[in-house]
Design a protein around this ligand. Structure first.
Ligand code: ADP
Ligand code: ADP
Length: 217
C-alpha cells in the first residue's frame, strides 16, 4: 500500500504514521525526520536545509524530491510506504506522480487529517519528541508514562527548535498557501480520504484503520 499523509503542522501525522506503518508493515518515511537527521549529522543536505527549517519555510522542492525518490526506491519500499510530510507543494506531488507512473506504482491513498486551525498552535507548542525514535508526545494531550521520557526507549524528550510559537505561525501560513491545495489535487486524482483529526489519538487511529482496512476511497 502506498500512502501519503496530508495535514497541517500539528495535525497528528507523525502520531498516526507510527501506528499505520506498524499495522500495514510499511516503512514510515518522514521528510522532517530525514532532514533533522541530516542536520544532526551535519551532512551537506542538512546544511542546505537548516536555514529554511529554522525559519519555518519549506526546503526547496528539488532537494526534497531527490531525497524522496532515492528513499522510495530502496528495497523496503517494494510493497509500499507511508510518506509523512511529503508532498507539501503541488510541484512535489506532480514529481511523485511522474516518478510513480514510470515505476508503474501509483499511490493508493492520500489520507488527509483534518483539524481546525485554532487547535494547532497549542498542539505544536506542547509537543515533545524523542530524539532517538521520533515518537511524538504532548505535555497535556498525550503525555509519556514517565514525565520527560520516551515510553519506547526511555530517551529524554526534547522540544523541536522550530516548535516555538513564532515559527509555528509562519509554518501555518506556509501550509495554507503551499500545501492546502494538495487536498483538491488528490481529490481530483480520486485517491483522497479525509479523517477527522479532532478526536482522541486512538479514535483517529480507529477511523484511519477503518478506511484502510475497508478499502473505502
Ligand atoms: P504532525 O506530525 O502532523 O506535525 P504530531 O503527530 O507530531 O503532528 O502531533 C502534534 C502534537 O499534537 C503532538 O504533541 C501530539 O502528541 C499531539 N497530538 C497528536 N494527535 C493528537 C490528537 N488526536 N489530539 C490531541 N493531541 C494530539
Ligand atoms: P510537522 O511535523 O510540524 O508538519 P515536519 O517535521 O514534517 O513538520 O517538517 C519540519 C520542517 O522540515 C518543515 O517546516 C520544512 O522546513 C522541512 N520539510 C519537511 N518536509 C518538507 C517538504 N516535503 N518540503 C519542504 N520542506 C519540508
Amino acid at each position: 500500500m502506498r500512502i501519503v499523509l496530508l495535514g497541517p503542522p500539528g495535525a497528528g501525522k507523525g502520531t498516526q504514521a507510527k501506528k499505520i506503518a506498524t499495522r500495514y508493515n510499511i516503512p514510515h518515511i518522514s521528510t522532517g525526520d530525514l532532514f533533522r537527521e541530516n542536520l544532526k549529522n551535519k551532512t551537506p543536505l542538512g546544511q542546505k536545509a537548516k536555514a529554511y527549517m529554522d525559519a519555518g519555510k519549506l526546503v526547496p522542492d528539488e532537494l526534497v524530491i531527490a531525497l524522496v525518490e532515492d528513499r522510495i526506491t530502496k528495497d523496503d519500499c517494494r510493497s509500499g510506504y507511508l510518506l509523512d510530510g511529503f508532498p507539501r507543494t503541488v510541484a512535489q506531488a506532480s514529481a511523485l506522480a511522474t516518478f510513480n507512473e514510470k515505476l508503474g506504482k501509483p499511490l493508493n491513498y492520500a489520507l488527509n487529517i483534518d483539524v481546525p486551525e485554532s487547535l494547532l498552535i497549542e498542539r505544536i507548542v506542547g509537543r515533545r519528541v524523542c530524539p532517538k525514535c521520533g515518537a511524538s508526545y504532548h505535555i497535556e494531550f498525550n503525555p509519556p508514562k514517565v514525565d520527560g521520557q520516551c515510553d519506547i526507549d526511555g530517551a529524554d524528550l526534547v522540544q523541536r527548535a522550530d516548535d516555538s510559537e513564532e515559527t509555528v505561525k509562519t509554518r501555518l501560513n506556509v501550509y495554507n498557501s503551499e500545501s492546502a491545495p494538495l487536498v483538491d489535487y488528490y481529490h481530483f486524482k480520486g485517491v483522497l480520504v479525509n479523517v477527522d483529526g479532532n478526536q482522541k489519538p486512538d479514535e483517529v487511529t480507529s477511523a484511519v484503520f477503518n478506511i484502510l482496512d475497508g478499502g473505502a476511497k
